[in-house]
Design a protein around this ligand. Structure first.
Ligand SMILES: [Zn+2]
Length: 189
């Protein structure tokens, strides 16, 4: 089409570029529209849902089980994660296109506390479902805001140990950017 346009020397000169531009606009519009639709479909409550929402949620729930993640409450905020499983959990979330928005820190305490480490720290929290002891929220440490998932591993393993708030007993909890009405299946275990 472009070649015809370039070689032609007739009134088609005007028609061809207009139709070609219209075609380009159509292609760009459709690609853009598909990209947007993926993230901005709405469920019956008017809450934005990913177009593959149910599949994504099922995959997410399996990941939580596989990495022994403990969300606090029924949603997907404060997903407490032992340090050994942080890398695998974040990698799996990123593959699912699920973004982390915040990190909070929790003291992983032995029952009765630990004199050597000074535990328990923080303001209390739930018993661990998978490990010995319980988790206590470090409410005095502000949430760490995350822009892209790639920031998380360097932050947790390189930057965080050099901050003044660091304590060896603290483990991270991740806040996931998923629809507000999603309920995790871990709470039922
Ligand atoms: Zn502690």
């Amino acid at each position: 089409m472009v070649r015809n346009f370039l070689l032609s020397n007739s009134s088609l000169d005007l028609i061809v570029p207009i139709s070609f531009l219209a075609y380009c606009k159509y292609v760009v519009y459709n690609v853009f529209n598909k990209m947007c639709c993926k993230d901005y479909l709405y469920n019956t409550k008017g809450i934005p849902m990913n177009s593959i929402g149910e599949e994504t949620k099922n995959a997410l729930d399996k990941i939580l089980l596989a990495y022994k993640i403990q969300p606090v409450g029924w949603g997907y905020i404060d997903c407490i994660t032992i340090k050994e499983n942080v890398y695998g959990f974040i990698k799996s979330l990123t593959e699912l296109d699920i973004k982390v928005t915040d990190i909070t820190w929790w003291c992983h305490c032995a029952i009765g506390g630990n004199k050597e480490t000074g535990c328990p720290h923080g303001g209390g929290g739930p018993m661990s479902k998978y490990f010995d002891g319980w988790f206590s929220e470090m409410y005095q440490i502000p949430n760490v805001k995350i822009k892209v998932n790639n920031e998380i591993i360097p932050y947790v393993f390189n930057e965080w140990p050099n901050t003044k708030e660091y304590l060896p007993c603290l483990i991270p909890a991740f806040w996931l950017d998923v629809p507000d009405d999603w309920r995790n299946t871990i709470d039922c275990i």
